[in-house]
Ligand binder design. Structure first.
Ligand SMILES: C[S@@+](CC[C@H](N)C(=O)[O-])C[C@H]1O[C@@H](n2cnc3c(N)ncnc32)[C@H](O)[C@@H]1O
Length: 277
């Protein structure tokens, strides 16, 4: 583990409380109606957003920021919820991996990064700010252009000039129509779990064709390690496609990539996977 990653973990005590009390409560005992009532009466932007737009960029953004007011339900859910913790671990791991790849590729010239289902581009913006290299441009593709205004704010926050990250509204499955540059890195973070096997296979095949020589795909697997799947499905209507490390690595290999790196964050939900052309 890299010392710059300050990963979030669960103590043994919290793990026991989670398995014995919290999981049965949220998965089986609390009726959805009661949870919705708690939500209505306590104001939870996170849960409201998760229900309104399951898997949307805003709930992910709230999880990354983890800055809800002290007394709110969100403070508790964001801070102690296993899924928001896993998302923050994923971002720590991904931004470090992207930063290292930026360092490697910028040695040889200008670097293009394409992010698919990128939302506001949080991962790539933070990686570019950490990498401290000027010769990098990112292209962020997303179906939802509401995320882009937020991305403009993130660029300012991290001191990146506006033209270093460009936004494109479009569908991941039409990536070939939208990408007009030769990417060195294609970033598939928080997107494969929303796509079918065929869509993933097509996307990876296109990524392999589009990337320059020795280019990299940066992606991840997702594992229902802490039994959160049932709650996510029934309460939040979030039907993710859980694919293991070996499934994602196998799909990358089938598209022509060799696996260069696999790494699991300590909660065991997300594994980063890098495929090289
Ligand atoms: C869970 S968010 C992830 C955002 C960002 N990649 C991250 O990890 O912080 C998923 C994003 O994928 C976008 N998305 C979902 N399906 C898509 C598709 N078929 N094509 C492009 N974007 C898509 C959504 O609009 C949303 O912004």
């Amino acid at each position: 583990m890299n010392t710059e990653d300050k990963f979030e973990t669960l103590s043994k005590g919290r793990l026991i409380v989670k398995n014995i009390i919290i999981n049965p409560l949220i998965n089986y005992l609390l009726p959805r109606k009661l949870l919705l009532h708690i939500l209505k009466t306590n104001k939870s932007p996170l849960l409201e957003e998760s229900i309104k737009d399951p898997g949307g960029w805003k709930s992910i953004h709230l999880s990354y920021e983890n800055t809800a007011p002290e007394s709110s339900v969100d403070k508790f859910v964001l801070h102690y919820g296993i899924f928001p913790m896993g998302l923050r671990n994923r971002k720590r791991m991904m931004t470090r991996i992207l930063k290292e790849l930026i360092h490697e590729y910028t040695e040889k010239g200008h670097v293009n990064i394409v992010g698919v289902g990128a939302g506001p581009g949080t991962n790539v913006i933070e990686a570019m700010a950490m990498a401290q290299r000027d010769n990098v441009t990112a292209y962020c593709l997303d179906l939802n252009d509401e995320a882009f205004a937020h991305g403009e704010m993130l660029k300012r926050r991290h001191g990146l000039e506006a033209d270093r990250v460009k936004y494109i509204k479009g569908n991941a499955v039409d990536l070939d129509k939208h990408v007009k540059v030769t990417p060195h890195i294609i970033k598939l973070i928080g997107i494969l779990e929303y796509l079918s096997d065929k869509e993933v296979a097509d996307l990876l095949r296109f990524a392999h064709r589009a990337l320059g020589a020795h280019g990299a795909v940066v992606t991840h697997s997702i594992y229902n390690k802490h039994g959160h799947e049932r709650f996510m499905k029934h309460f939040l209507n979030l039907r993710l496609k859980y694919r293991s490390v070996s499934q994602i690595s196998g799909m990358l290999e089938a598209a022509g990539f060799s696996i260069a790196h696999e790494e699991m964050e300590p909660l065991g939900i997300y594994s980063a996977i890098v495929g090289r052309k």
